[in-house]
Design a protein around this ligand. Sequence first.
Ligand SMILES: NC(=O)c1ccc[n+]([C@@H]2O[C@H](COP(=O)([O-])OP(=O)(O)OC[C@H]3O[C@@H](n4cnc5c(N)ncnc54)[C@H](O)[C@@H]3O)[C@@H](O)[C@H]2O)c1
Length: 448
Amino acid sequence: MKKEVKNRNIELLLEKIKSKDITIGVVGLGYVGLPLAIEFTNQGVRVMGFEVDQNKINTLKEGVNYIKDISDDDVRSAVLKGFLIPTDDFSHVSECDAIFICVPTPFTVNKDPDITYIVDSTKAVAKYLKKDQVVILKSTTFPGTTEKYVLPLLEKSGLKVGEDFYLAFSPERIDPGNKVWNTKNTPIAVGGITKSCTTLAAAVTNIAVEKVVEVSSPAIAEMEKLLENIFRGVNIALVNELAQLCDRIGVNIWEVVDAASTKPFGFMPFYPGPGIGGHCILIDPYYLAWMAREYDFVTNFITLAAEINEDMPFYVKDMVIKEIAKLPITMKDAKILILGVAFKRDVDDLRHSPALKVAEIMITEGITNIEYYDPFIPEIEIHNKKYKSILKIDPKVIQSYDITLITTDHTSFDFEMIANNSKVVIDTRNACKKVENRENIVLLGDGK
Ligand SMILES: NC(=O)c1ccc[n+]([C@@H]2O[C@H](COP(=O)([O-])OP(=O)(O)OC[C@H]3O[C@@H](n4cnc5c(N)ncnc54)[C@H](O)[C@@H]3O)[C@@H](O)[C@H]2O)c1
């Protein structure tokens, strides 16, 4: 942690933050930024929401919400009462006491980190940075980003960190679709460049988040976020590998995991599936692997896990081909219905969805007669061709397909009806576990 000179201003700033008589800036009003902004407004704090997507700004200005996990009423009332002001005008940064940066951190086609959104948004903030402001980066990234990339850009303003302004990293843990854990009740780590940076960033965060955990540096906070997500990725890879083994030996992996879960200590259940998706678990291992290379270190274990997970859509495609081979039809004629294309249950997020990958690979291999149904995703694009979700599923609709492929198990799906009316069901999520007549069900990881 950087040493800092004693700054009497800190107590005054803390008092101001605790009074909640402040303005917050949130840069990037997506899955992370909008719920955070709304949580501040729920606490009576005014928020400037900086966004580059004009559609999102216009939608919000009409009081319309586009993030499923937050309340439409909260968004409408925040905007209409002037507590949330969506804008693309970064000059309003100068009105803010603290600014949270919540922009995307994707990877390039070669799976190297792409931090251009962080760099661009930091430059936009730096232009209007003023004394006493607190800047908090929330985008998931590799250790060192805050100190090596964000700090120099902000200090170009002529202001000095720990004296004139304060900088910290605080990763986001929001889990879209999770009905229990949300922005407010999920504890969050905060690590500042200096001690006062941590103290002030924690105090601001604490307005919207009940429990804030202070750590000793931004790098600790950056790395702990990667550990959380890589932990999930590695464990999912393990069950995905075991699912493939179970398919060979005819043992049901789902029952195995449930049985192991009865151990009250030292075990945590993870389940196989058609692959991993979303903006986090798939991408984050690559951020760390890329950074490790700079230090002549190869993250073998993490990379192997990513490889296994990324192979799952190919494995599922092979399951489909095996089932088509049993039917008196060609791959080209086989009529496939994909159920659920969002990257996980009950979300409207399509980013890096394994279902899309499965569809893309099937089409490449000649299984082209594909349709899909997802109540959350009206349209998808595969190989530059647009597909619209079929409008509904009922017994007659299901009966018209040769294979029903379940890739995402939305809770609104009636799996009894689906299984009872499908010629063949390929179930990659154990969604049909309660269905009694299992003759037509091919379950990933049970070898039958
Ligand atoms: N989605 C999640 O569940 C989740 C969970 C934890 C962490 N994260 C991390 O949080 C970060 C944001 O993810 P997200 O899911 O909210 O992304 P998102 O794409 O939903 O939202 C990001 C928003 O930032 C906007 N944006 C891009 N450049 C900008 C700029 N220069 N100025 C202002 N706005 C800009 C985009 O238009 C978009 O609306 C990522 O690093 C992600 O890894 C996401």
